[in-house]
Write a protein that binds this ligand. Structure first.
Ligand SMILES: C[S@@+](CC[C@H](N)C(=O)[O-])C[C@H]1O[C@@H](n2cnc3c(N)ncnc32)[C@H](O)[C@@H]1O
Length: 309
């Protein structure tokens, strides 16, 4: 069953930081259902919305059609944002936003293969027109690489037994769908560790999704390109949902906002480096208690923002 709605996370907060206004142009790299874009458009900004998922783009187009030419939807990966802007004849923007990960539309639609509670195909691609589905990836991945992916991208402490169980099940032809995968994962985890508030397969599914979509590679590409995406006076904001996403955002924002890097003992600066950006969120902004009560999926969100000087 596809979700009827995706609840936009940190909607007001992201809009406050991006300062939308008539004449300002924002690149929403993860337009999804269009929630953030809608708020930015309502406040007068023009928005170019990218998504690598055609179905998400169709939903955004429908929701935002009332804004006419103020909203442009493009099927693209935000790692290629600079190339996409070039193709549109656009220079640097006044704002750039990414709201990372998958949407409820994707998670709750078992046909997309993200769900561990209902059987679906082993796919997990956000962009079904590119790359390989999870089934193909699982067919060729070595057990040691699978274990590494589960440990690093899932922070899964039982990565080794889970990887072994998945490879065995795959060899036996016993992985027809996501429900079978979730069962294999659950049974590979010692019984004493299967309880708790989250499903035992959650970390494995997160890790596989990150690998299949090269999510961290895309984020690194966007972060590297920020100086070409945002003009002086413009702002860049990222909403991360776990530390693997938040850490690179924090590191890159710190790098861009850091001035002189000379040792303190030097009486005068010799490096000549000046900060090209300033941090607008000294600590990451997090959702209010009320937002988490309304939308438990928001609980791990972290919003950071910088402004180009
Ligand atoms: C959390 S949802 C965004 C929700 C949106 N901000 C809203 O308020 O409705 C993330 C969206 O980003 C898309 N996405 C994830 N990684 C992407 C990437 N590298 N390039 C483009 N879109 C991406 C997903 O397909 C999904 O639709």
């Amino acid at each position: 069953m596809a979700a009827r709605e995706h609840r936009t996370v940190l909607r007001e907060e992201a809009a406050a930081l991006l300062a939308p206004a008539p004449g300002r142009r924002v690149l929403d790299g993860t337009v999804g259902g269009g929630g953030h874009a809608e708020t930015l458009l309502e406040r007068g900004a023009e928005v170019i919305g990218l998504d690598r998922d055609e179905a998400a783009l169709a939903a955004a187009r429908a929701r935002l059609s009332r804004f006419g030419e103020k909203f442009t939807a493009v099927h693209a990966n935000f790692r290629d944002a600079r190339r996409t802007l070039d193709a549109l004849g656009e220079g640097a923007m006044d704002g750039a936003l990414v709201d990372l990960g998958v949407s409820s539309f994707q998670l709750d639609d078992e046909a997309r293969g993200f769900s561990f509670s209902r059987p679906g195909p082993l796919d997990m691609r956000m962009d079904r027109s590119a790359g390989e589905p999870l089934s193909a990836w699982l067919d060729r991945v070595e057990e040691t690489e699978l274990e590494r992916v589960l440990r690093v991208f899932g922070e899964e402490r039982f990565a080794r037994p889970i990887a072994r169980a998945i490879v065995r099940a795959r060899q036996a032809g016993a992985l027809p769908d996501t429900a079978a995968l979730a069962k294999v994962v659950t049974e590979a985890i010692p019984a004493a560790h299967r309880g708790g508030p989250i499903h035992p397969a959650t970390r494995t599914f997160q890790a596989l999704r990150i690998a299949v979509n090269d999510e961290l590679g895309a984020l690194e590409g966007w972060l590297a390109d920020l100086p070409d995406l945002v003009r002086p006076g413009g702002r860049a904001a990222a909403i991360a949902f776990h530390s693997l996403e938040d850490r690179p955002v924090k590191r890159r924002f710190a790098e861009l906002t850091k001035g002189c890097i000379c040792p303190r003992a030097l009486p005068v600066c010799g490096c000549g480096k000046t900060a090209g950006w300033r941090l607008l969120t000294r600590k990451a902004w997090v959702p209010s208690v009320a937002e988490v009560a309304r939308n438990p999926r928001a609980r791990s969100a972290r919003l950071r923002c910088i402004e180009r000087l």
